[in-house]
Design a protein around this ligand. Sequence first.
Ligand SMILES: CSCCC(=O)C(=O)COP(=O)(O)O
Ligand code: MG
Length: 261
Amino acid sequence: MVVFAVPAEVAVILLDIEGTTTPITYVKDTLFPYIKENVKEYLRTHWEEEECQQDISLLRKQAEEDSNLDGVVPIPLETGNGEDEVEQVIQAVVDNVLWQMSLDRKTTALKQLQGHMWRAAYATGRMKGEFFQDVVPAIRKWREAGMKVYIYSSGSVEAQKLLFGYSTEGDILELFDGHFDTKIGHKVESESYRRIASSIGCSTNNVLFLTDVTREANAAEEADMHVAVVLRPGNAGLTDDEKSYYSLITSFNELFLPSST
Ligand SMILES: CSCCC(=O)C(=O)COP(=O)(O)O
Ligand SMILES: [Mg+2]
């Protein structure tokens, strides 16, 4: 077994979700299809609610920022209360969401709506969060060894809490000291990792970030975090240069903590 020796200065392990704790297939074959199949009905049912209107406003603002992108669907403002007009706006939101999802965009606006939509699916037991089999036992061991464990995902904090709160392993939210999403900044920007360390109250070099995406690993490393790239079944392949540059692990069991014997 390959071993990644965790440097002694590391006191915090920061985890990505998709491709790191959780199979990409769970996201692509369970989470995302639920959104595509239910978004129109969800908007019709929740249209009058403040939370839903806030989600639409954020999507509208994002569409304005995306106006120079190919295929973007603008979201018109409602001018009255006519049913036909509401239906037109709903259709524009649906088309915008489907367009963003076709590009696997990680905008805060899209992720916020998705998190709100998954609430009902988890609460009714229709979906349960899934993890690679090494994940939960390893996190328990790290915590016993005194490590703090945080999540940083493009999925909204609300979506993260649903995934870990309603999972095949039960409610395992207690295993995490906190959660970060793109509200702190995008995962490919090094400033986001500085903000995370500052919010935790440590230096960036006290943090080990585990992710499947080398652009994220690169941004974290630029901020002086330690990084290891996680290779999981179904993840995108790495180039030969990436394979030789990054520390690679295929399971959390390959992390060797300084206190381990
Ligand atoms: C609870 S996360 C849902 C999956 C998701 O929407 C996503 O964008 C995951 O991205 P990650 O940053 O964890 O790779
Ligand atoms: Mg990922």
